[in-house]
Design a protein around this ligand. Structure first.
Ligand code: GLC
Length: 555
């Protein structure tokens, strides 16, 4: 172990979002009121008090807009309404008002990279001729080869298969191809078209006028494509992990996206009350990501490099330091996250052998995570994360220590990834299973009946909120205490000083709180005089911090 220098990383700023803990609600799977097995907006409203009790500052709602649900609502057919599956616009208004009464802020999802193929614009594009204004809202191109039967380039869909689909023209003959970086039902918009830009500015205003506090911007690094749509012979994952000086894939993280966000920022700034934009941008390295949170652009960008970092002291030290330095350089806070609706839940991810590449889903027949180890490490990781300066996002159910559903029957899978990858990638259903509230109720209290759009495993009972509420040492109470102490000690607006970093232990100070995570095999004693304030698991005796435990202490 070596002493590190005492240079602070992570400066203090004032606005609410710089230190907020924001809870992601995945509406289909949070709580439902109708009995159809799909969560809805009234279900969310009825459960808001629980989130207040947990102690979060805001909620982010994944899409609830009218949609054929080809990608669980990330295929939006109308940006300014609510899908009847989830309720009505009046339900959305009631939810926003109820949240506000409770001091909770509300962030909604905005999906600008693509629409649904059921969007009016796409219907018009199909009915119109090549080169027409209706086609120019999307990315239509002629195919290659003598009869245009080859796709315009070699790009792949993130969900598997080609990123181009050929359409049948109004005359009934095969016609142009359109680009879809995701499902065929998600045609990419053409952001070089001023009409597209104007439309989204209006959509921002529509929701800002209804009182939302901000937008999570889906695929924020994808809107602008390199204009020549050049072939890309290298891997094309959504995370465009590249070194700073290497060429970037032509479909991700093009410099032109920033102008769009500067326009949006001007709209948000014209509203009172600190409205925010948060980028879902799978961009590496940290300096490239930080460009999204320059002072006149977005406010936050999810730190996926952190989410993906291995559970070792050196890896965690490196990613935390790099992230704080990169965002400090542009005067922004860092936005920490460990789980969301697209990745294997961290209680399961961390139960795989250290260094396992991030699996895209886990199913029957796959190597299964060690559930106890995963939960232990997940709790340690969360307590480490919640002590870092900046904002943090939680994904519904993680406060229960909920694991991935790793044995979901393949017939139940709904993520388009499973089919499009030719049944090689299981996809994201395992983190989207409706969450358990009451151990002994139908659908574990998710809704009034047993219905659940994805089957819930029987082990949900032991994770149910009512089994953990008020139970000392439960994951739920660990989160609740952490959020209270984080607030009391101002950790989100604090400054991090590394005290020690080595191969086995990380220690840093943030204000009056010292944080220690033990990654090593041997237990580590608390320093003399240290007053323990929180721990992710029981100590050995009074003073020994065991493997995979994080503690917060004073002194
Ligand atoms: C984002 C969403 C993901 C969705 C994709 C396409 O990555 O988080 O769920 O499938 O965008 O919209």
């Amino acid at each position: 172990m070596h002493e590190t220098n005492q240079q602070p990383v992570g400066g203090a700023t004032a606005a609410w979002w710089t230190e907020a803990v924001i809870y992601q609600i995945y509406p289909r799977s949070f709580a439902e009121s109708g009995g159809d097995g799909i969560g809805d907006l009234p279900g969310i409203t009825a459960r808001l008090d629980h989130l207040v009790e947990l102690g979060v500052d805001a909620v982010w709602l994944s899409p609830f807009y009218p949609s054929p649900q080809a990608d669980a609502g990330y295929d939006v057919a109308d940006y300014r309404d609510v899908d009847p599956l989830f309720g009505t616009l009046a339900d959305a208004d009631r939810l926003i008002a109820a949240a506000r009464e409770r001091g909770l802020r509300v962030i909604v999802d905005l999906v600008p990279n693509h629409t649904s193929s059921a969007h009016r614009w796409f219907t018009e594009a199909l009915a119109a001729a090549p080169g027409s204004p209706a086609r120019q809202r999307y990315i239509f191109r002629d195919g290659l080869g003598p009869d245009g039967a080859e796709p315009p380039n070699d790009w792949r869909s993130v969900f598997g298969g080609p990123a181009w689909t050929r359409v049948i023209g109004p005359d009934g003959r095969p016609d142009q191809w359109y680009l879809h970086l995701f499902d065929t039902a998600q045609p990419d918009l053409n952001w070089d078209n001023p009409e597209v830009r104007a439309e989204f500015l209006d959509t921002l205003r529509f929701w800002l006028d209804r009182g939302v506090d901000g937008f999570r911007v889906d695929v924020a690094h994808g809107l602008i494509k390199q204009s020549d749509l050049a072939n890309w012979h290298e891997p094309q994952e959504i995370l465009s992990g590249r070194e700073i000086d290497k060429p970037r894939p032509p479909m991700w993280d093009q410099d032109g996206v920033h102008e769009i966000y500067r326009d949006w920022r001007r709209v948000l700034d014209s509203y009172p009350g600190g409205r925010i934009l948060v980028a879902e941008a799978w961009v590496e390295p940290a300096e490239r990501l930080a460009a999204y949170v320059r002072p006149d652009e977005m406010h936050q960008a999810f730190n996926f490099e952190y989410l993906l970092a291995a559970w070792t002291a050196p890896a965690q030290y490196a990613v935390i330091t790099r992230s704080l330095e990169a965002t400090d350089a542009v005067g922004a806070p860092t936005t920490w996250v460990l789980s969301n609706h697209d990745v294997v839940r961290h209680a399961s991810r961390l139960g795989l052998p250290v260094g396992t590449p991030r699996p895209n889903g886990i199913g029957i027949g796959d190597p299964q995570p060690d559930a106890a180890l995963g939960l232990r490490r997940a709790r340690a990781a969360t307590l480490l994360m919640l002590a870092l300066p900046g904002s943090a996002y939680l994904y519904q159910g993680e406060e229960l220590g909920l694991p991935e559903h790793t044995t979901l029957p393949d017939e139940a899978r709904q993520d388009p990834t499973w089919k499009r990858s030719g049944h090689t990638e299981r996809g994201r259903d395992g983190c989207r299973v409706p969450i358990p509230w009451e151990a002994d109720a139908p659908s574990y209290g998710f809704g009034p009946t047993d219905a659940s759009w994805l089957p819930q495993p029987s082990l949900w009972a032991e994770y149910a909120r009512d089994r953990q509420h008020g139970v000392p040492g439960s994951t739920y109470e660990m989160y609740r205490t952490a959020l209270r102490l984080r607030r009391e000690h101002g950790l989100g607006r604090g400054t991090l000083y590394w005290l020690a970093s080595g191969d086995e232990v990380l220690t840093f100070r943030n204000g009056e709180v010292t944080v220690l995570t033990n990654f090593g095999a041997a237990a580590v004693p608390l320093p003399d005089g240290a007053e323990l304030v929180h721990a992710s698991g029981p100590l050995d005796g009074d003073r020994l911090v065991p493997t995979d435990v994080t503690v917060w202490y004073l002194g």
